[in-house]
Design a protein around this ligand. Sequence first.
Ligand code: SF4
Length: 351
Amino acid sequence: MTKMQNIRDLSLAEIEAVIAGLGKEKYRARQIMKWLYQTGATSFAQMSTLARELCARLEELFIIAEPALDRIQTSADGTRKILFRLGDGLAVESVLIPGRNHWTACLSTQAGCAMGCRFCLTGQNGLKRNLLPSEITGQMTMLRRHTPEGPQIRNIVLMGMGEPLANYDHTVKAIRILTSDYGLGFSSRKITVSTCGLAPQIVRLGEDICVNLAISLNAPDDERRSNLMPVNRKYPLATLLQACRDYPMPGRRMLTFEYILMAGVNDSPEDAERVSRLLKGLHCKLNLIAFNEFPGAPFKPPSPEAVSAFQQVLLDHHYTAILRASHGRDILAACGQLSGEAVGKDTPAPT
Ligand code: SF4
């Protein structure tokens, strides 16, 4: 017996094709999308605007499934890490990051990651598999419906476990659903894709869809970047930065470069000078992040003085350089610390 497909893995256009194949009106597809993503229907029987006969037919063809919310951990700073269990038992994590009047949801796009960045715990355990579109959007719909913060989520960053552009098709389909008026209705300006630097996919993303882009930079030269991030051997800085220059950011917004500062590795004022030369002419800002330690990590966090000195050089060169507070360090929810394993105190998952 073949496993039935999850209708939440289909785009609006694909649902329209199914509906046309069943001889029904095209607008029924939009109704189904609204039931799935706006009402939160978990069965076709709940879709009361559809004829019973159509519901029954859809039930024969599809299932409706979302990842299961397994456990929630809350950091001393309010950050929440949510462990989701997928249909095959694998675990992925999302993080809810508090802002002044809103929350940002950091979603995963892969179970594990194949990119092997040396400063990242996710990368140490390798790739288990790509997430399906339903597993990416499902993190968001579950957070929205089952956490108190859900209705206040204003921003989405695809910065959790995995490299979004290595799971290109599913990530783009998920973004289309997240931004559809019939899906979750997010503005593309509120969605950020973070990449370690897959240059060809950056170009493709710019052609396919218009969202914010963040690039994990972390070193001012190819030698050090290749040592920290194996992807740089394939797409060195010149190739990566050309792809960034060509990327059409929504509304002429700035590109973001993330720079994780590691003591004695990439955190000297001279390194900051090199970064400022490297990014010259790019419409961009920098997010500086002090390295977050994890068990067995080969690097140490920089001193506060080194961080300030690094930031000052960039400010002197008229860059917007923001020192990003690391959220959720105590529960391993900060950048590069997600592993799909719970640590610390749990809050039972809401039912
Ligand atoms: Fe993968 Fe991102 Fe970690 Fe690199 S930093 S190993 S791309 S999850």
